[in-house]
Design a protein around this ligand. Sequence first.
Ligand code: AMP
Ligand code: ZN
Length: 130
Amino acid sequence: MCIFCDIIAGTIPSRKVYEDDNVLAILDVNPLSKGHTLILPKKHTDSFLTADAETVQNLAACAHELAVKITERTGADGCNILTNCGEAAGQSVSHLHVHIIPRYNGDSAVSFEHAADSTDPDEVLKLLTK
Ligand code: AMP
Ligand code: ZN
């Protein structure tokens, strides 16, 4: 059984930020920053890659509304909106979820600093567009 399905069913407790027929938003139990929230579609699917179009649309609409509200209410300076797809990308719970991570000037909650990939960009473009 999936832990997020159990949270949606109410058999595991959570701190609810928002709920409608399609999604549940809860506080992350191990927050990267003040206000870190997870949005879960109620219909189980493993990740963004396996989601149907309707699930994606409902999730995107909720992510937009909540990102604005959470950023305002926390007084954050910005936010990261992200979903990890697969273990290689850091996904640890196999039930699609979107992270809303408020960001505060000077924090280090999420980092995209990295050494640049050295693959020839023209090869990459061919791969992605052929
Ligand atoms: P990911 O690594 O993208 O799969 O994110 C999973 C997130 O779920 C992590 O940030 C965890 O802290 C969070 N998490 C795991 N269990 C719970 C729980 N019972 N309630 C709230 N958040 C949880
Ligand atoms: Zn699930």
